[in-house]
Write a protein that binds this ligand. Structure first.
Ligand SMILES: Cc1cc2nc3c(=O)[nH]c(=O)nc-3n(C[C@H](O)[C@H](O)[C@H](O)COP(=O)(O)O)c2cc1C
Length: 247
């Protein structure tokens, strides 16, 4: 194992931060590392919004799930999938509107680009001793969040990210055994369930220990509950309003 792999394997989400600020130099290193991520055809179809206004952080927290860590973290970034910049690039050369800008394919391209950049940022931050947590919760009220951030057409907020110095320690959350996620040549559904059962036992032990016995559910139970619960059913119509999802 080398240093980078060691760092990756140590990852755990941080939801409690000290008051120590993240310097502009660190922010610069984080964002420029994000920009070094691979990007589909060099489109770089993402934008990052650093939210420094405490009132806005408060509102984003309320719109997310009242996460206190959005307000308390020294650095809050919103990662947006962004095809608007490409529209402007198109406009420099063409008179009409770009017909294919809002395709589902471009929605995937921009979402993947934003995610790869964000994960590079996360690793860069962690390499400097900072901790991070992604905030998908900003999609709970995605229209209001987009309005607050003044996002134009062809832009949508994929997730937020709290960054700061950790004020908590926890053991990395176990992941599925490799055999549950790694296939050879073709997808083999029969091979994955035994490792999933092993994982149920691992997670039950981990959660029991971590929550002092308050949560003892297995991973498959958690996933079954997740699939029973409707979540963010407004997404399709919101994305369509932003100009995405045609064809
Ligand atoms: C796209 C994405 C969205 C997430 N949204 C939230 C969130 O809204 N609130 C939160 O507390 N954690 C959020 N998380 C953190 C996950 O819960 C966490 O990564 C996962 O449980 C694994 O734990 P670990 O990161 O500590 O290993 C999110 C993670 C990702 C990748």
């Amino acid at each position: 194992m080398n240093e980078v792999i060691g760092l990756l394997k140590k990852h755990t989400s941080i939801r409690k931060f000290t008051e120590q600020p993240v310097s502009d130099e660190q922010l610069h290193a984080i964002v420029s590392s994000a920009q070094s991520a691979s990007t589909s055809s060099n489109v770089q179809a993402y934008s990052i919004i650093r939210v420094t206004d405490q009132g806005m952080k408060q509102q984003l927290s309320v719109l997310s799930a009242n996460y206190s860590y959005i307000v308390e973290c020294p650095l809050f970034l919103v990662w947006c999938a962004d095809m608007y910049r490409l529209r402007e690039a198109y406009g420099k050369h063409e008179q009409d509107e770009p017909v294919y800008i809002g395709t589902t394919e471009n929605l995937i391209v921009a979402t993947v680009d934003a995610s790869l950049a964000a994960q590079n940022a996360a690793v860069a931050a962690e390499s400097m001793g900072l901790g991070i947590v992604y905030i998908g919760g900003i999609r709970n009220h995605i229209a209001e969040v987009s309005k607050l951030l003044k996002l134009p057409q062809y832009v949508y907020p994929v997730f937020g990210m709290c960054i700061g110095y950790p004020d908590q320690q926890s053991a990395p959350r176990p992941r599925l055994p490799i055999d549950a996620v790694l296939h050879e040549n073709t997808y083999d559904p029969d091979r994955m369930m035994q490792p999933v059962e092993d994982y149920d036992r691992t997670m039950k032990e981990y959660m029991t220990l971590r929550t002092g016995g308050k949560r003892t559910s297995t991973w498959t139970e958690d996933m079954a509950n997740k699939l029973k619960t409707p979540a963010r059913l407004h997404m399709k119509s919101f994305l369509e309003k932003q100009g995405f999802g045609r064809d």
